[in-house]
Design a protein around this ligand. Structure first.
Ligand code: SF4
Length: 406
């Protein structure tokens, strides 16, 4: 991998496509089924928002672009072409930028994949989740295991040489052997990157209500821990570097875009509900796609080209204070296996990690969940299993922000 040009500040661009064919029972992302009728208005709104932000982003070099969702792979090639053209025309994009697109294997065709590759998308993140049909059904996924494998093969045939596969383990009543079969089959596909998340029962999801009503049990934390430990060992043996709590990569194939989140570096989120960390502020767009379209259109007409101030009009999320931003940086950094550099933290925030988080650090050096590795504070192997216990003690006094879930 060539060293990035560090002469200009880097920016990551996130583009949110909120549409899905069906809403999965466990999903609490800002995604919607049955809103396809909005697509013809949504793409132009996204392009307009890109135009509105462009003046404020002029001094940055865009090094990563990430189409997330929702299901961006549902977007037509014409829509993707309009968006990628707007990015290239309006922003200074590095020639070797990482362009990732999240894809649902249920709807991928070779033709569509080849078209996306021709548009410059050079990394695909495929939501496989499981390679057992009964588990996929339980998760409300629209594809089968066989279809997912075909999608990976089609992506290779279309020229993608940088693939992430997303998986969920710790499914309800899932014996470890079933997860092991899924991961072994995934390894046979030799993806460059694997994201393996434990199932979480998020408030507001269909799964949450099923668990709350006693229709389904909660995932067993001991089984989840066993599965995680086995995953760590197995992927190390297969040559994958564990670089973030839930992410593994072949050497040099880490997700550069997600590293921006974990390093708490600047990113600009475009689209409904998209979060940003830009010009020293965290903010989010309004969630509802129809409201987003209305607000962008109104903004465009009234105050075209004003840059970041303009976007106050489509803001929907919180604007955290300084204490929360420091806690964000600490928690996101601890998600990385390399941990948080104490000197870099102090250079950035003007105070040492000890002066801000001293009691929490001392407590978890004591519990064995944190350790120092020279200048870096990081989770221990056991701390990786119990990271939330550390994170809760680092939070100022609030619930975790969206940013922790990147
Ligand atoms: S496809 Fe992805 S974004 Fe859409 S509902 Fe399912 S998990 Fe959520």
């Amino acid at each position: 991998m060539t060293a990035p040009d560090t002469s200009r500040p880097a920016l990551a661009l996130y583009l949110h496509i909120p549409f899905c064919t069906a809403k999965c029972g466990y999903c609490d992302f800002n995604s919607y089924a049955g809103l396809e009728h909005l697509v013809p208005e949504y793409t132009p709104a996204l392009v307009r928002e890109l135009e509105l932000w462009a003046p404020a982003a002029r001094r940055f070099e865009v090094r990563t672009v990430f189409f997330g969702g929702g299901t961006p792979s549902l977007s037509s090639l014409a829509d993707l072409e309009a968006i990628t053209r707007a990015v290239r025309n309006q922003y200074d994009v590095a020639h070797d930028a990482e362009w990732t697109l999240e894809a649902n294997p249920g709807e991928l065709t070779l033709e569509h994949l080849a078209g996306m590759r021709a548009l410059g998308i050079n990394r695909l993140s495929i939501g496989v989740q499981s390679l057992h049909d009964d588990e996929l059904k339980m998760l409300d996924r629209i594809h089968t295991a066989e279809r997912a494998i075909e999608a990976v093969e089609a992506a290779r045939a279309a020229g993608f040489d940088n693939l992430n596969l997303d998986f969920i383990f710790g499914l309800i009543d899932q014996p470890i052997g079933r997860w092991q079969e899924t991961l072994e089959r995934a390894l046979a596909l030799r993806p460059e990157h694997l994201s393996c998340y434990a199932l979480t029962v998020e408030p507001g999801t269909a799964l949450y209500y099923q668990v709350a009503k006693g229709m389904l049990p909660e995932p067993d934390p001991d089984v989840v821990a066993d599965q995680y430990e086995w995953t760590r060992d197995r992927l190390a043996l297969a040559g994958y570097r564990h670089y973030e709590l839930s992410n593994w990569a072949l050497p040099g194939r880490e997700c550069l875009h997600n590293l921006v989140y974990w390093h708490a570096d600047p990113y600009l989120g475009i689209g409904a509900g998209a979060h940003s960390f830009f010009a020293g502020q965290r903010f989010a767009n309004v969630d509802a796609p129809n409201r987003y379209v209305e607000l962008v259109n109104a903004t465009h007409e009234e105050r075209e080209g004003v840059g970041s101030a303009t976007m106050q009009q489509i803001k929907g999320g919180e604007s955290p204070d300084e204490a929360t931003m420091r806690a964000d940086a600490m928690i996101l950094g601890l998600r990385l296996m390399e941990g948080v550099s104490a000197s870099a933290f102090e250079a950035r925030f003007g105070d040492s990690v000890q002066s801000i988080f001293g009691p929490a650090i001392q407590r978890h050096l004591g519990t064995g969940l944190l350790e120092w590795a020279r200048d870096r504070l990081r989770l221990t192997t056991r701390g990786q299993l119990l990271s939330n216990e550390v994170f809760i003690d680092i939070l100022p006094d609030a619930a975790p922000t969206e940013a922790y879930r990147a």
